[in-house]
Design a binder for this molecule. Structure first.
Ligand code: GGG
Length: 371
């Protein structure tokens, strides 16, 4: 999974829309610190995606940006989405930028860790005792399923009314590769995988369960495997989340369940992610890192967004793409210490804590790194 680096590491930074640029600014301070204090040499290129690219170039992402992503050692992505473009056809929506990047780079495994910081047990929507120590890894498949299956589209029926169509498609190979990522991860954690689908009503779910069972029996018999229907999983995440270690699931269910899980950690603003592809024969390992939250246009430009998910996404980049475990640990510890000190952005605010904005939170994390 890792690339060895002797020369300057090429990083493509794509802040995107809404709160994307303002939280990315805080990551840039963390990067500056690493460059000056830890001798890390990063060759950073920044470009436009999403609504920002639509405004400048008329497309959500240019081919040139995809090429830059291929040339980079890793991509750090912000968020895309802007209500200004809600009226345009699907192929021109800002969100196409992230979907296209995942597809073009073959980024099929989206790792979404839902970990509760001790200082935030009171910010969770569940009782502190239910979430203390919670550490779940949701592995969401990201280049297949209902997001990409055909047929799709909106068609007009003979009576003039319309029909919207999306199709859930999964092949054996697509399920196998994401299942392997989940089992591999489980071996480094608590050795348990829960595979989630809707095999009681969906053909693709039936195949999903069959293939995961097969991969498990042939390659990972030492890992404990369970199966759960997606609706039950949503309920169990709220009832008893600590029963889970690694959850592996399809594109849509993974999207929904990880948003749900984020609230167990206190806020959508806390969850980072890594989306990984396959290692190529030439050693190339495509990977993109982004917070699971979107562009939050309602709070964009107000300086109140939580930069932690974006900063933790960069820590995942250090861990998975650059094999900089110590630096990744330092960033995660700095976030933990700042939360312990009582600083809170609005989304994780609770009684008796000190409410701060985006830049104060970012500066506090860098100050903590300096200690
Ligand atoms: N940082 C995540 C982001 O920008 N999300 C916007 C979005 O629409 N994502 C689609 C998806 O994650 O499937």
């Amino acid at each position: 999974m890792m690339t060895a680096q002797n020369t300057a590491i090429k990083l493509l930074v794509l802040p995107g829309d809404g709160i994307g640029p303002e939280i990315m600014r805080e990551v840039r301070h963390v990067i500056d610190w690493l460059q000056s204090r830890r001798g890390l040499t990063l060759d950073i290129t920044e470009d436009l995606v999403g609504g920002a690219s639509l405004a400048e170039y008329g497309v959500p992402i240019r081919d040139e940006v995809i090429e830059k992503a291929w040339a980079a050692d890793a991509v750090l992505f912000g968020s895309v989405g802007d209500p200004k473009w809600a009226h345009v056809g699907f192929e021109k929506r800002p969100e196409v930028a992230i979907l296209k990047l995942r597809q073009e780079l073959g980024l099929f495994a989206n790792l979404r860790p839902a970990k509760v910081f001790d200082a935030l047990v009171d910010a969770s929507t569940l009782k502190p005792d239910v979430v203390r120590g919670l550490d779940i890894m949701i592995v969401r498949e990201t280049v297949g399923g209902i997001y990409f299956g055909n047929p799709r589209g909106i068609e007009t029926l003979p009576d003039g009314s319309k029909r919207g169509i999306n199709t859930e498609v999964y092949t054996t190979a697509e399920i196998e590769r994401v299942a392997r990522v989940a089992f591999d991860l489980a071996r480094k954690r608590s050795n348990r995988v829960c595979s989630v689908e809707k095999c009681n009503v969906m053909e693709s779910g039936l195949l999903w369960k069959e293939v995961v069972t097969d991969v498990h029996a042939k390659e990972f018999p030492d890992v404990e495997l369970s199966h759960m229907l997606a609706d039950n999983c949503a309920m169990q995440l709220v009832r008893n989340p600590r029963q889970f270690d690694v959850i592996v699931t399809g594109n849509l269910f993974g999207d929904l369940l990880s948003d749900l899980a984020s609230m167990l950690t206190g806020s959508l603003g806390m969850l980072p992610s890594a989306t990984l592809g396959a290692v190529h024969e030439n050693g190339k390992f495509p990977a993109l890192y982004e917070p699971i939250h979107g562009s939050a246009p309602d709070i964009a430009g107000k300086g109140i967004a939580n930069p932690i998910a974006q900063i933790l996404s960069f820590a995942m980049l250090l861990r998975y793409s650059l094999n900089k475990q110590e630096e990744a640990d330092m960033i995660e510890q700095a976030v933990s210490n700042v939360l312990e000190s009582g600083l809170r952005t609005a989304d994780i605010m609770s009684e008796g804590m000190a409410r701060v904005g985006t830049s104060v939170m970012g500066e506090a994390i860098v100050r903590e790194l300096d200690k």
